[in-house]
Unconditional design. Structure first.
Length: 251
């Protein structure tokens, strides 16, 4: 199986405080990998390492290696803009830009210099269709994205990410602010998107991890306690702490 990321002995510090300890794992292409664990255990911190979003935090320091396609993403010659184009991110709360639905999706390609109206139209329509949103918004592409429901806004944000043709989509609790119906739509979408993208999702919802992920990593106090295929994780965890968390006996 082809790997997307190879992480080895990753430590992360905020000043003197160590937030991640000796994280090592492989993340596979065209699979959904879920990170689970209690609040403050390092899931989102680690997710942000994969596209160097932690670079924006003052005092953050990283040791160890993260290899992507055989290249160390923390090497001095890494183009950060290129990395964040290839490794896109969808956040916990939908964050559409205060502009039209069309312009939300066309924004990234335009920033990269694409001016061809026909190509922009194609990217917008294709991206919206990939997230099963086109039929819902086809008649109002030039209306404000702020008028969409929360679930529609989150699918728009995923479409905006897709428009940049990433290899990987990072999702930081993408359904935590959504109602059950919208959550179900996003989950169905994730299952569909893994045909074309590698997806890594942080979730507090263990049922969600069990439903949609191929692999699951359990984080606790900045460490990965266990990582394996999801079926094994939920049916036969090797570590008692994992079992206690999954069965609700944690803490």
């Amino acid at each position: 199986m082809d790997t997307c990321f190879n992480i080895k002995d990753l430590d992360l510090y905020y000043g003197d405080k160590q937030a991640l300890k000796k994280i090592s794992m492989d993340i596979y292409k065209n699979k959904v990998t879920a990170f689970i664990g209690p609040s403050g255990c390092g899931k989102s911190t680690f997710l942000r390492c994969l596209n160097r979003m932690n670079d924006l935090i003052e005092g953050c320091r990283i040791d160890g290696t993260i290899m992507n396609e055989g290249h160390d993403i923390y090497s001095k010659n890494q183009d950060i803009v290129d990395l964040r184009t290839r490794v896109g991110m969808v956040f916990q709360k939908p964050n559409p830009f205060p502009m039209s639905i069309y312009d939300n999706i066309a924004y990234g390609p335009r920033c990269q210099g694409l001016k061809d109206k026909k190509k922009l139209d194609e990217i917008v329509i294709t991206s919206l269709k990939q997230v099963a949103l086109y039929d819902e918004v086809a008649s109002r592409l030039h209306e404000s994205a702020m008028g969409l429901s929360g679930g529609q806004q989150q699918r728009l944000c995923i479409a905006r990410c897709i428009a940049m043709s990433p290899d990987v989509i990072l999702m930081d609790e993408p359904t935590s602010a959504l109602d059950p119906i919208s959550t179900s739509k996003i989950e169905d979408l994730i299952m569909e998107l893994k045909k074309d993208y590698t997806i890594i999702i942080v979730t507090h919802n263990m049922q969600q991890a069990a439903r949609i992920s191929d692999y699951t990593a359990f984080f606790l106090l900045g460490e990965v306690i266990e990582m394996t295929d999801t079926d094994t994780m939920f049916s036969n965890p090797k570590d008692k702490r994992t079992e206690n968390y999954i069965t609700g006996r944690f803490g």
